[in-house]
Write a protein that binds this ligand. Structure first.
Ligand code: MTE
Ligand code: HPA
Ligand code: MOS
Length: 788
């Protein structure tokens, strides 16, 4: 394997850490040599499976007729719940996520049967020929109805500090608002896909596209009523996961394994794109409300925020997702008194799931709406209100009572005000808007503070397996998965650094449950923090062994010894790393080990709704400028400047890539990606033709991304910070800038609410609300004048 460096910013010479090595698969991906699950050569006699899914959102199955499906040439068998030897409930944390249903239908697209055939085409055609009769029930699709009926998948949970109600009542000013926030389709380029192969030992070998191979292993075993060692999962790479393959890769793998179990043959399952859209969960849509009390300066005194997630039909990960929304409803701002409640609403849709930010974005946008609304209400600049309310020493306690300990946003904002020329551009934009009747410009700078750690404590652990072959080449396995984010490259850099050897000597490839067991999902942006530390611990164990061996062998002191530039250097001389390894082998020194890591310091007491759920916070900010057309509602981002904190970066180029991608994905969520379900609960936006993700042309014309230079004060791997999710929420700057453009219509006295996604329709509606506001305010003013 070759590790090239790019010409992007690099760190110190001679170190692997801080250098911009290109992604381990980049060239293979570009030339088409990177193998994904669906690219693997098919075994002779292998079979294909396809699910039969419901065509109603709620009801009961009355009858099923498979005659015409069986008549399709190539059909081998059709499986139902009766064929499941073990459990049919594959809930990852709580029960309620069903593999196949035989009676109650709870969402449109719910799997009922599994058709197995000799070809993909035959399986798909036959799946459509199954005739199912239903007795339909009214689907619950309206979240306000669900709230009223307390229709939950999990009980509500609230954060409380001080007396929010009283603080709001006593405040000089109070305002309230609400926001209907859209969901988001993951749109990974590689859809859900799995291959299950019965092994000669009578077990099951799985190749799949999953962020959580251990959970897939455990669930397949439970469905088949087998011990966990019956199943081995291999996962080389995903063509994107974005959270959509944290729990929701498992059902498809379980189905493939069920068919392989009964037929004794290799079975592949791959969802067609529109079925992937319909039958897999998305980012949760939310409906949130807020009330805030503040003083004449705009200093927040109390907030009452109510957060409601559309969870779909089952718990899946919704409990943790709504928790993360609660934990981020403050974003970077201090709320002296706060009541923040989170409801997990049950609706008759597919079960919504993890998606980059994991509920954080849907909580954080409330904080940004609220500070903007305060600013327009007081006729002050929104950035002033943001700065005023930032966490600072003495005003550092979050609503869940974790103390904020790092206050770099103030400095980051100052840097951006200057480099992004905030104040001059703001003035120029206001002047432009005065003379431009149709095109209006807007500008907004929004910060991000994102908590790093799984909020489920036991998930904050990782393992690694490190082996050195007798020629000095190194193979590392770890519990994380590669989904494009560059985790394997970073792990290789960490091990290269630990041994001070070239990247060319290190191989990190497929994740396997028989190499590193009981792993956590690669999620919560913690892949490098957890697995990098486990790999580093493994490397340090072997390093110690090598040093002790060399000290004895060469009769030199341990203290003076070091690994440097592919050599072991000691008092009496030096020896190459490869020679050292061979010597150690000949002297019977073990050259393999495991490494383990568990994040210290974190806990959360759910009863008290307080604790220290995050090891540290990652920070960032974006300054976006937009243009809207008030006749059509069309909007474009003309410039975005980002300053983002990745601590001391392990690989600056990969980090910048993550920041760029996350920002664009966040912008897509808030502007163009419009999920719509029809009145029967069927997903209407179920293909690229009806669901618009950002294209390359949507990149801001000017797009500057910079890393903020600072070490992580927490003891993370080489002082780096997680980067996967935090920059997603930088996209909020675009939504806030559109509101700023809308506010120009009212001469910045009022910004109409703007329910994301800010599609042209939504923007046009807000334009009309602003124009209406002008009319009413004018009338009031006129009236007041005539009375005087
Ligand atoms: N980057 C790419 N290219 N593809 C992905 O699927 N997923 C994101 C982020 N960046 C993703 C990505 C999500 S949701 C998470 S949680 C992190 O990567 C997971 O990887 P990490 O913990 O190694 O950063
Ligand atoms: N983030 C992502 N995935 C998770 C989390 C989290 O905080 N908790 C459980 N799964
Ligand atoms: Mo990411 S949503 O934590 O997989």
């Amino acid at each position: 394997m070759r590790h090239f460096k790019t010409d992007k910013p690099t760190g110190q010479k001679g170190n692997a850490i801080g250098q911009s090595f290109i992604h381990e698969s980049a060239i293979k991906q570009v030339i088409g040599k990177a193998v994904y699950v669906d690219d693997k050569a098919e075994e002779v006699n292998s079979l294909h499976a396809y699910p039969v899914v419901s065509t109603i959102a709620h009801g009961n199955i009355v009858s099923i007729d498979t005659t015409s499906a069986f008549a399709v040439q190539g059909v081998v068998d059709i499986f139902s719940t009766k064929d499941i030897p073990g459990t049919n409930d594959i809930g990852p944390v709580f029960s309620g996520d069903i593999l196949l249903t035989d009676e109650l239908i709870e969402y449109h697209g719910q799997p009922i049967l599994l058709v197995v055939a000799t070809s993909y085409k035959a399986a798909r055609i036959a799946a459509r020929k199954v005739v199912i009769e239903y007795q339909t029930l009214e689907p619950m699709l309206d979240i306000k109805q669900a709230i009223k009926e307390q229709h939950w998948v999990r009980p509500p949970h609230a954060l409380n500090r001080g007396d929010a109600k009283q603080a709001i009542d006593n405040a000089q000013h109070k305002i309230s608002g609400d926001l209907d926030i859209g969901g988001q389709e993951h749109f990974y380029l590689e859809g859900q896909v799995s291959i299950a192969t019965p092994t000669e030992e009578g077990g099951m070998f799985i190749q799949c596209s999953s962020q959580h191979p251990s959970e897939v292993q455990h669930l397949v075993a439970k469905v088949l009523k087998q011990p966990f060692n019956y199943v081995t999962v291999e996962m080389r790479r995903m063509g994107g996961g974005f959270g959509g393959k944290e729990t929701q890769a498992a059902p498809w793998t379980c189905l493939a394994a069920l068919a392989a179990f009964h037929t004794g043959k290799t079975v592949k399952i791959r969802l067609a794109r529109s079925d992937d859209f319909k039958s897999t969960g998305k980012r949760h849509p939310f409906y949130n409300t807020y009330q805030v009390g503040f003083d004449q300066q705009g200093l927040i005194e109390g907030v009452d925020i109510n957060i409601n997630g559309y969870c779909g039909y089952s718990p899946d990960l919704s409990d943790a997702i709504v928790d993360r929304a609660l934990f981020h409803a403050d974003n970077a701002y201090y709320y002296p008194n706060a009541h923040i409640n989170g409801n997990r609403c049950k609706t008759n849709t597919v079960s919504h799931t993890a998606f980059r930010g994991f509920g954080g974005p849907q909580g954080m946008i409330m904080a940004e709406q609220l500070v903007d609304d305060i600013a327009y209400y007081l006729k002050k600049d929104p950035l002033e209100i943001r700065k005023l309310n930032l966490y600072k020493p003495g005003r550092d306690l979050t609503p869940y009572k974790q103390k904020v300990e790092q206050f770099i946003l103030k400095d980051m904002i100052a840097q951006m005000e200057e480099e992004g020329d905030y104040w001059a551009r703001k003035e120029a934009i206001a002047a432009f808007n005065k003379t431009s009747p149709i095109i209006k410009k807007g500008l907004s700078l929004t910060p991000v503070k994102f908590g790093i750690s799984f909020t489920v404590q036991h998930l904050n652990q990782a393992g690694a397996l490190l082996v050195i072959y007798s020629d000095g080449s190194v193979h590392v396995n770890h519990g994380g998965t590669e989904m494009g984010q560059g985790l394997n490259t970073k792990i290789a850099q960490i091990v290269a650094q630990a041994f001070s050897i070239d990247m060319a000597h290190i191989l990190v490839n497929a994740t396997r449950t028989d190499k590193v067991p009981n792993t956590s999902p690669t999620a919560a942006s913690s892949g490098t923090d957890l697995n990098g530390m486990a790999a580093l611990n493994a490397a340090n164990t072997i390093k110690q062994r090598l040093f002790e061996f060399a000290a004895q062998h060469f009769d030199v002191s341990l203290e003076q010894m070091q690994l440097s530039d592919n050599q072991l250097v000691h008092e009496k001389g030096q020896i190459s790393f490869a020679e050292l390894i061979n010597l150690a082998y000949l002297n019977r020194i073990s050259l393999s080990t495991t490494g383990y890591y568990a994040t210290p310091e974190i806990y959360y007491d759910r009863e008290k709704a307080e604790g220290h759920p995050f090891f540290y916070y990652a920070y960032g900010l974006a300054l976006s400028e937009v243009e809207i057309d008030i006749l059509t509602g069309e909007n474009t981002v003309t410039r975005t400047d980002i300053l983002h904190d990745v601590g001391s970066p392990i690989n600056p180029a990969l980090d910048i890539g993550q920041i760029e991608g996350a920002f664009i994905q966040g912008m897509g969520w808030l502007t163009t990606e419009d999920l719509s379900w029809n009145e029967q609960g069927a997903l209407a936006s179920n293909a690229p033709a009806t669901y618009k993700i950002p294209a390359i042309g949507d990149t801001p014309a000017v797009f500057n991304v910079k890393l903020y230079n600072s070490q992580n004060p927490a003891t993370t791997v080489f002082k780096s910070k997680a980067v996967g999710e935090p920059p997603f929420m930088l996209g909020i700057s675009v939504w806030s800038a559109i509101r700023n453009a809308l506010a120009s219509i009212t001469d910045y006295q009022y910004a109409p609410s703007l329910n994301p996604p800010a599609t042209p329709e939504a923007v046009l509606e807000a334009v009309q609300a602003a124009q209406q506001w002008n009319k009413t305010t004018m009338q009031t003013t006129t009236k007041e004048t005539s009375h005087a």
